[in-house]
Design a protein around this ligand. Structure first.
Ligand SMILES: [Fe+2]
Ligand SMILES: [Fe+2]
Length: 359
């Protein structure tokens, strides 16, 4: 970010300069110049599914999961923004993970929040979270809250593929914190719950005697209303989206959208660090707006373009693209399209820092 230049060059005396240097002190005008320059600015960018698929196929052919280094036994292809070194943005990480038939991505847990958004799923492709096997059907969104054990088991006869979305860059790079990480002593964590257990605790009907399982683990003091393990079934999300489209008025910027809520609170955001929604666009181009939060999109269905700062990101099914903060953008579906929208907006809102305006 460009800072305003001081109006005239100021020279410090050599004795002042040597004192400052010796005591690790700096005058403000020199410090300001360096702020906002740790990262390059995010670029509008798109990754086409066919390119991702080729990368996935090549990696899958080259490396069985078991041959990956211990602790990294996840076969994941990661879109990298040109302004970043390790992720699609400086707050949100997206990866495309595959597990081949018969494979198991071993159990571990960590401080970062994660979710799976299923691309190619199967009843027998299961992500195991906090003792429950969640079947991964196409477009299901399944949470892996921080510090929950999770492993992925493909008992089907097809390769399964999904999006991993984590707040890793926020934790590791922006906050320069540690992603507390632990491998399970077993490759597969014990399945201790029947399927549907977490839904029975946090779904629309809940234990009436307030005996709700509040044993969501976490070594983190001060956690508020943690997100539980939860599977948002696509057939339900899709149905609600279409109900909105049949009855409601679309948002001028985002079409008809459904927020994934934290089942613990009944409200968005899904995680304290990231919010998610499915968006149905079927009424021509949206109006342009901009905001200081970053948006990452995955194309669930349809084709179209998103115009970002005058650049058209042409997308089709399964493409992934990013809208940098502060850039005017609008969506233009060819016909009907559904996007998964991912945003770091809750981080801005937590500090009363979120801004949004018509472009
Ligand atoms: Fe993980
Ligand atoms: Fe937006």
């Amino acid at each position: 970010m460009a800072q305003q230049e001081p109006e005239e060059q100021v020279e410090l005396s050599s004795s002042t300069r040597s004192h400052l240097e010796a005591q690790n002190l700096r005058p403000l005008w020199e410090v300001e110049d360096t702020m906002g320059n740790v990262y390059d600015d995010l670029e509008p960018d798109i990754w086409k599914w066919e390119d991702i698929q080729t990368a996935i196929d090549n990696i899958e052919n080259d490396i069985p999961i078991d041959d990956l280094p211990p602790g990294f036994q996840r076969r994941v292809t990661v879109p990298i923004n040109t302004g970043m070194e390790n992720a699609i943005s400086n707050t949100i990480y997206v990866g495309v993970q595959t597990v081949s038939p018969g494979e198991n991505a071993p159990a571990h847990r960590h401080g970062a929040n994660a979710l799976r958004f299923t691309i190619d799923g199967h009843e027998e492709m299961k992500t195991v979270v906090a003792g429950e096997e969640f079947p991964m059907h196409d477009n299901d969104l399944i949470t892996t809250p921080q510090w929950e054990w999770h492993d992925h088991v493909n008992d089907s006869d097809e390769t399964a593929t999904w999006l991993d979305v984590l707040d890793l860059p926020l934790i590791l790079d922006s906050l320069n914190s540690t992603n507390v990480f632990e491998n399970h002593e077993l490759d597969r964590q014990p399945v201790t719950k029947t399927q549907g257990y977490w839904d029975s605790q946090y779904g629309r009907a809940r234990p009436a005697d307030e005996a709700k399982d509040s044993s969501i683990p976490g070594p983190f003091e001060g956690n508020r209303e943690p997100t539980p393990p939860y599977r948002f079934k696509w057939r339900e999300t899709d149905e609600t989206l279409r109900q909105r489209a049949d009855n409601d008025t679309p948002d001028p910027y985002d079409g008809y959208s459904m927020a994934y809520v934290n089942p613990n609170t009944g409200s968005p955001p899904l995680f304290p660090t990231m919010s998610f929604r499915s968006q149905l666009l079927n009424e021509g181009p949206t109006d342009a707006h901009f905001h200081n939060a970053t948006e990452v999109f995955f194309v669930i269905e349809g084709e179209g373009a998103t115009h970002v700062d005058g650049e058209a990101l042409e997308w089709g099914e399964r493409d992934i693209f990013v809208v940098p903060p502060g850039t005017p953008h609008h969506h233009e579906p060819d016909d009907e399209a559904i996007l998964l929208g991912m945003s770091d907006r809750p981080v801005y809102e937590a500090f009363n820092f979120y801004t949004e305006a018509e472009a």
